[in-house]
Every structure is written in C-alpha cells, then in structure tokens.
Design a protein. Structure first.
Length: 96
C-alpha cells in the first residue's frame, strides 16, 4: 500500500547544462587537435625518432592513427567536461 515515488528524469538537467552542445563542441575540438597532431607527425615536423623503433602489427602509420584516436577522445572528454562545469557554475549563479 505504499506509493512509489514518481520516476525522475535527468533530461531537464542535461538540457539545463547544455550537455549535448558541450559534447559536440568537445568532439569537434578533439578531432581538430588529433588531426593537427597527426599531420604534424606525418609531415615529420617533429623530427626523426631517436634510435631504432619497430611498430609491430599496425606499422608506424597505424599506431599513430590509434594514438590520434586516443588524443581526440581524451581532448573531447576534457573540453566537454570543462564546458559542462562552466554551464553548471553559470546556472548556480543564476539561481542564487
């Protein structure tokens, strides 16, 4: 005979914090950074490798593409998190 509490949704919170917009901006920033880093490395602007290194299975290009993906993911997450925190602070200041 106990009443269940109504289900709450996080959708209004996500919308108030502009999470979708922040994730999009983060993804674009991450991809741009990764492409720039890959082009920088591909153009050998960073100079030759010190010593002899081997790149098993994927080869040099494959490993740098994989590292570019990791860089893009990490940068996207960082940018989206920072933008969401800024949105949260602005929302809290507006409420106060």
């Amino acid at each position: 005979m106990s009443e269940e509490p109504p289900e709450t949704s996080v959708a209004p919170l996500l919308e108030a914090l502009s999470v979708r917009r922040n994730a999009t901006i983060g993804a674009v920033a991450g991809v741009v950074l990764a492409v720039l880093a890959y082009v920088f490395r591909l153009g050998r602007a960073a100079g030759p490798f010190a010593g002899t290194r081997q790149f098993p299975v994927l080869g040099e290009t494959g490993w740098f593409l994989l590292l570019s993906f990791v860089l893009a993911s990490a940068a996207a997450l960082l940018v989206a998190t920072l933008l969401t925190l800024v949105s949260l602070v602005l929302l809290l200041r507006e409420e106060a």
